[in-house]
Design a protein around this ligand. Structure first.
Ligand SMILES: Cc1cc2nc3c(=O)[nH]c(=O)nc-3n(C[C@H](O)[C@H](O)[C@H](O)COP(=O)(O)OP(=O)(O)OC[C@H]3O[C@@H](n4cnc5c(N)ncnc54)[C@H](O)[C@@H]3O)c2cc1C
Length: 486
């Protein structure tokens, strides 16, 4: 039985482990932290439960397709609830737009804001559905080995959309700035500015308005528990507190890894840790990508996060809330064009205890605040505290309540934590952005070109950032390994 060692226990590693174990490999996962899940870890403190990373469950079909590959369904592992409202966007004091759970209701809300926009929205989402069917059902399941993978009779018809941007296509149909922000928001998950993201990626709008926003009972960590449960049932061994310090080779072929000073012999090594870090585990001459290569790439933002336990129930909140009451473009420029701490940050707040009574003790609220920032910014306690006050003061003002005096648990997480906890390049939160020049075959490769039997997976590879793409990445790399072994 071939022995395969996997570095890291994020979505992509866990997914790959399932496919490989199912196909007869002896699979062991080595995770440096004391908990599995990678960026989707869970934090429990003082009776509060926090999902540390992902909070938006989009594209339920991708999760379902993953479990179906093993004769299972997501519902065998966790119960999903479709959120209504899906989310609320705050544009200023008493100025909110709430996105509900059906396209009909969302169209009515658009019509309220801009007359005639509901018909345009119907058409826009129809086109987005078309792209969703091409992208998510077909193209993203190709391993990024050759540009020809992208050429299909359906994609050829859409070629123009690769050379226009989301920003342009949204502005062609919609004039109201709030509706424009709403339609530009979903591609932020792909890690780049809407003005730098191909129009074809409007399939994210279908994921948002067409499919909706879900929440797994007991939180996002239920997904990690589900997938790792499946992996274990297939025979995968998962080890935590295992910091891999070397990918060992002989004659340009993998021989194993070094972890806690021990050599673990392996026929194949697959790394789901950040790609840049993974290659640093090799001697320089066996790395495929130089420091210059990484430095030139557009990375998805890092984030300043606050996990807060609140000693009361809050009012005027929803499960997901986006605070777009400041200039969207300016903040984006301060992330991508002239990296610096944002002068007037947009931010996101999440209150899982509204949906999930286990997330907080009775009568209390679990809150998570996120400010997207440029990777590799200076990160100090003073700066974190400064932004804590900016964000919470704005939140108090906009939702008309005090909260700071009721915070009984507080933990922050920022650039330096992303680096130390996940070995993340420049402290990025969700990998490498999906821009035109960083799409599909133009992304870092799943298979090493320099070392035999060495593979990579995760959000820096194909198809890109997010839980669904990471699951798909795990499937793609496992497929490639199986093909190579035959
Ligand atoms: C704050 C935040 C919010 C997000 N929100 C969403 C969302 O709402 N919806 C969504 O779909 N996605 C979201 N994402 C993105 C999503 O979480 C990621 O795309 C996905 O989890 C990445 O999975 P991965 O497999 O690539 O790797 P990771 O989760 O990064 O896992 C890599 C693992 O490798 C381990 N590792 C690193 N170095 C070593 C080493 N030397 N030895 C052993 N182990 C090592 C790390 O500890 C880590 O566990 C969010 C991410 C963040 C950070």
């Amino acid at each position: 039985m071939k022995k395969i060692t996997i570095i890291g226990s994020g979505f992509s590693s866990l997914a790959a482990s399932c496919y490989l174990a199912k196909n007869g490999f002896d699979v062991t996962i080595f995770e440096k932290n004391d908990q599995i899940g990678g960026r989707a870890r869970q934090l429990k403190a003082n009776g509060f439960t926090f999902d540390m990373g992902p909070s938006w469950y989009w594209m339920p079909d991708v999760f379902e397709r993953f479990f179906n590959d093993f004769g299972k369904s997501a519902s065998d592992y966790y119960k999903l609830e479709k959120l209504n409202p899906a989310y609320t966007v705050c544009f200023g004091k008493n100025d909110f737009i709430t996105i509900e759970d059906t396209l009909e209701k969302i169209k009515a809300e658009f019509e309220r804001v801009e007359k005639g926009s509901s018909i345009k929205l119907q058409k826009f989402i129809g086109d987005a559905l078309d792209n969703y069917n091409i992208a998510i059902k077909e193209v993203v399941y190709r391993p990024g080995v050759s540009p020809l993978e992208l050429v299909t009779p359906k994609t050829v018809k859409k070629v123009g959309q690769f050379f226009s941007t989301i920003s342009k296509s949204v502005r062609k149909d919609f004039k109201n700035v709030k509706l424009i922000s709403l339609l530009e928001f979903p591609v932020l998950f792909l890690g780049a500015k809407p003005s730098n993201t191909p129009a074809f990626y409007n399939f994210m709008n279908y994921a948002d308005f067409g499919l909706g926003t879900f929440y797994p009972e007991n939180g996002m960590y239920s997904i990690i528990e589900g997938i790792s449960g499946l992996a274990k049932s297939l025979g995968v061994k998962i080890k935590t507190n295992q910091n891999v310090t070397e990918i060992s080779t002989n004659n340009k072929t993998v021989t194993g890894i070094k972890v806690n000073d021990e050599f673990i012999k392996s026929d194949i090594v697959l790394s789901g840790a950040d790609y840049h870090h993974s290659e640093k585990l090799l001697p320089e001459n066996l790395r495929q990508y130089s420091e210059k290569y990484w430095d030139k790439k557009t990375f998805a933002p890092s984030s300043l996060l606050f996990y807060l336990g609140i000693d009361k129930k809050l009012k005027n909140i929803n499960h997901h809330m986006l605070f777009f009451d400041t200039d969207f473009r300016k903040h984006a420029e301060e992330i991508y064009d002239e990296p610096k701490w944002p002068s007037e940050p947009l931010f996101y707040a999440n209150f899982p205890s509204l949906t999930d009574k286990n997330a907080a003790p009775e009568g209390k609220e679990t809150a998570f605040f996120l400010v997207p920032i440029a990777p590799d910014l200076e990160d100090t306690e003073e700066l974190r505290e400064k932004y804590y006050n900016i964000v919470l003061n704005r939140f108090e003002e906009l939702t008309n309540q005090n909260i700071k005096s009721d915070v009984i648990y507080k933990k922050s997480f920022c650039v330096e934590d992303f680096k130390s906890e996940y070995n993340s390049y420049k402290g990025n939160a969700y990998g490498m952005a999906n821009t035109l020049t960083q799409t599909a075959f133009l992304r870092p490769k799943l298979r090493s070109k320099k070392v035999k039997n060495l593979y990579f997976t995760g959000q820096l590879t194909v198809p890109g950032p997010g839980m669904p793409p990471s699951l798909i990445s795990g499937k793609l790399v496992a497929g490639l390994i199986l093909k190579d072994i035959k």
